[in-house]
Design a protein around this ligand. Sequence first.
Ligand code: GBH
Length: 483
Amino acid sequence: MSQHLSRRSFAHLLGASVASVPLAGNALAQAPTPHTSGPRSFPAGFLWGSATASYQVEGAATEGGRGPTIWDTFSHTPGKTHNGDTGDVADDFYHRYPEDVKFMRGLGLKTCRFSIAWSRIFPNGTGAPNQAGIDFYRRLTETLLANGIEPYATLFHWDLPQALQDKGGWENRDTAKAFADYAGFIAGRLSGTVRNIMTTNEIRSFTEIGYGSGRHAPGLQVGRKRLAQLTHHAVLAHGLAVRAIRASAPRAKLGLAENSSATVPVIEAPEHIAAARIAMREENAQYLGVILSGKYTDHYLRKLGADAPQFTAEDLAAISSPIDFVGVNVYTPDYVRAADNEIGYVSVPPPASFPHMLSPWLTVGPEALYWAPRLIHENWHPKEQFITENGCSSTDQMAPDGEIYDTDRVMYLRNYIANMHRAVTEGIPIKGYFLWSLLDNYEWADGYDKRFGITYVDFKTQKRTLKLSGHLYKEIIARNSLM
Ligand code: GBH
């Protein structure tokens, strides 16, 4: 394709009717393509959104009374992150949110998932609240609502106050209580603007990677027994927070966002489907499983033996406090086959040649976005599900014409969303989808090396440029349909 692609022809390529495209102006100024109703459309009211997290986008690490977190400590420790990158500035969202919210509105987003930095509210994790932090999230959520965008707030996306880590972090059971106090407090203070809350993001990640492999903050390798115990404290934190929020913000809809192992049958045949259903239950037993069922499975406890966590019946009751929805973060498939063993399945790791996106871990298995919601539904029947994250990293070079032709991300999103469409069509109660991510941002230990945005960010100038995938997403939202 030699011809220069204007933003108009972008829309044309993506299938917009030419008549709906004005002759001048950029894509963000275009009249939206009308909804279509056809075989690939989504139910009316389907919530299309984007997702981000505080430490990955906000910057302003020492402003507004924010206290230090484990990610400040970790990222400033030599050798821990790519290139020594930190979230000190990130996307400068703390200062730029008014323009970024306008940008979201231009995309047609119905909703936005963001996270609240615990240490902006309680700089030391507990103690006296910080009014400047509360005010920031009030302004942000008021701005979202004024632009017709429904806020979905995550209360913990990995940035644990350093003061709590100094007392043992998630290894200390008191951290669960501290989280519930913070959650109840902030949910009450923001109840005028925040009606949808996720307690935690990916308990599986911040426990296993923070304290197991040590690739993420706080960078520890505590061993199996301590890991099982601190994971119990983390699910307890979720449950105690649900109770605290019910008391302070009784009208809020509550859930959590979890990257459950997305078990996928190696072949769509009855015996492998049954195996994947069991694997969904067992591979997620200490996370979503105990939260939605109120117990650890026999298999999980037997496997750990003497390393199993200490817990009480009262803990299990708190952990399984009823929630309104489950948020499912989906990136990669975990293939499973039937096996003639005690549990009925084995995992099938990807061969070395398996295709992946720029991040080596990010194998491409679009059917994960069908099977994860379906198998969560079949195991635990949550009332509603949201896809709270889905997206990918790409090389994202800016072309000489200033555009970013991330055709690989377009391919990835189109195929994953097609599989979500199948789940919705078959009656799995998925009510919305949050694309990770709105902006290129601080990708944790990978620093700024791995871009996940549908919007390109020049980190020197903070200039935002919608990528080809962003144009695709805008069209999907406007039509409420895949094309
Ligand atoms: C999500 O985690 C996070 O919620 C989000 O903050 C993040 O930006 C996004 O995904 C993209 O990564 O480097 O080999 O140790 C997804 C689950 C768990 C996948 C950690 C990457 C690290 C693998 N992630 N994992 S490795």
